[in-house]
Ligand binder design. Sequence first.
Ligand code: 7GP
Length: 829
Amino acid sequence: HGQQPSETETSGTTAIAAQDNRSADGIRLAFLRHMRRTIGKPVEFSNTLDQYRAMAHLVRDRVMDDWITTVESYVQHNVRVVCYLSAEFLLGPHLLNAMLNLGITDSAEKACDELHYSLTQLADEEPEPGLGNGGLGRLAACYMDSMTTLEVPAVGYGLRYEFGIFRQEIRDGWQVEHSDKWLEYGNPWEIPASEATQHVSFGGHTETTKDEKTGELIWKWVPAFTVKGVAYDTPIPGYRNKQVNRLRLWKAEAEDSFDLEIFNRGDYMGAVRDKMESETISKVLYPPDETEQGKRLRLMQQYFFTSCSLQDMVRLHKLQKLPIEKFADKWSVQLNDTHPSIGIAELMRILTDEEEIGWDEAWTITQATFGYTNHTLLPEALEKWPLPIFASLLPRHIEIIYEINRRFLKDMQAKFPGDTARWARMSLIGEDGEKQVRMANLAVVGSKMVNGVAKLHSELLKEDTLKDFYEAFPNRFTNVTNGVTPRRWLMLADPPLTALLNEVLGTAWHTDLYALRGLEDYVDDAGFLDKWRKRQEESKGRLGDFIKRSMDVSLNPASMFDVQVKRIHEYKRQHLNALHILGLYCRIKSGELKDLPPRTFLFGGKAAPSYTYAKLMIKLVCTVGELVGKDPQTKDLLRVLFVPDYSVSLGQRIYPAADLSEQISTAGKEASGTGCMKFMMNGAVAIGTLDGANIEIREEVGEENFFLFGLTAPQIAEKQKAGYRPRDFYEKSPLLREVMDGLRDGRFSNGDRDTFAPLVRDLLEVDRYFVMADFDDYARAQSEAGKIFCDSKKWSRMSLLNTARSGKFSSDRSIREYCQNIWKINLDR
Ligand code: 7GP
């Protein structure tokens, strides 16, 4: 495989032109051409945004050339295609990533020099496509990069949200949300694919008629309305392999966007009402689903993009003249959590109602097509749809789900006779209280494989969340530990580290991250360790410059950078981190702590707009920051900063500068975590619990290079059963008492006793996430980390080993495992 150059491409002149395409001269000329023809400005009048756009277009041109050859080769070889269905793709900026993968960064830099521009300044103009909330969406983006790099034929399918994740401002310590207008100045990275337009139905009712010959019942869905799905493709280039895969995102449009008849009657708003209503479906990254309206819209989004995607596969299948019975041989559809799991019922509908295949065969095809990845153990995050909403939007699908359920429960009754409680738990329809459609149950029943995202998580799925299903289908369950792409998270994020690694290891590690093990040869080389430390200090300096520019705050690059960046959530326990800092504050004030190594605590992350508690956690961090930053006794020792609007691009600036990586979730709650991997690659040492991927990180790096603390998942489960009393821990620990009392009494908030009262009350009375129980042990591990940090040689050694042993956490390894265990794709074909 790979691409066969066509005749025209190999002929003399075009070959030279193609070569020249990637030279500094070629890039400069293409830039000037796009400035005239695409942007439409004389270059002297252009601003930085224009320059970014011209550069983006010329880079896209180069990606497109490889795209065409990739598509041709897929069609020619009739390959099996992976379709990664995800409600989120958190891509991050394209420009520098595409240049890196194409291998044209140096030429582009040279071209910019000649034009007297700065490439980084121009790249900073790119609005980030924030089409995801956090880990799940970013994982999808890393997997697209790895699939293309490993030459797995793949399509990412999702939604083209007009507004991505909100922009976060911190005002007086509180989160304020603003809408994200990422498409405001157009998007040079997407191409509308008009041939792929689909139509998706909603509502209405179903009818049955009898087939005149066979007497069989034929089902017909008479929908209330349909919406048009327009495809926008973003090319995803692989790393230096001339492969390009497609990310196809669907935009919802009205079937008839403008009704001239209504307009002519004088109802000007009425004439565009349809358009407005339909377009709402892809308007914004999933809305909070607490309200009835929010729920309905989110289900519409899910069905809309899933249906468009499956219809697109069927279209392409037929275009290639393949028999529909062979659908599962051609398409392997991975469900990124339950958001696209309605696809199981939709494929059944397409196969039985439209393609007129019998139920049993359709079910065999469907099950062979899907794989389901679960991303969370939190019960409140398992999707369940109230039956009335579901049935009114998808009347045909609810019938199909009932039929799947009828057959499935019959099997379970045969398998587990008399076990009525088990049948009720496994049913696709929940009957406790209001009837609900249980999407996780549907996903497991309709898939050939189910996987968790880290060893512990996959075990807990089998032991707990999906226990009944594991007992029914033990062979269906597997694990694929998450990974992240080293191209973006190491090479792009930290060019100086990349240069150093290239210098001592060559470049094999770019696509085989285990090659970083070669670094271990230098672990006792004092000269090299010194270089390692200096490089780390320079990284911190660069982040410091950025924070000075953007927030007007100066950081001390000699201090330990202790970083927690991720979504704000009680289970991730940013408040544990903040309470520990308050503990340090108290001990400095009392004179107990004297020669503390200076520390900079950096926080970043967004709270769901409706999640009041998480917003209070942000306020707590900011309040602590103000307290320690103002106090003359602490201000040189402790610095606490909440960096607003955490994003992929901000992550790229932050990971390389971290000394200590905070991975402090309650054991058993973080499915995997992927930030931990980005920190590790960049040489940060972790302080963490035995949770998610932390366990595997510690396994790889060695226990002596990881600051472990806290209760384990079994201990937590035990405490929960026995009746956990957070107040006992408060009473036992003098430091915790001082901190909690101070917080309650307003000692840290200028006498304000109200703001944090709900938090104090919750932690002392309920504490679902065991913050009180883990506080002392966390403080112990923190003080150990502080001591070792003072021994800079020892610390550099630990840091270097973290990078050296991070090979497992490349998403290339994850994708290889998906290919082997789930998709059955042979990579050495
Ligand atoms: C996240 C998990 O919380 C995180 O532990 C994991 O690393 C990541 O997925 C990728 O697997 N989950 C989500 O972001 C999420 O939205 C709800 O889960 C379905």
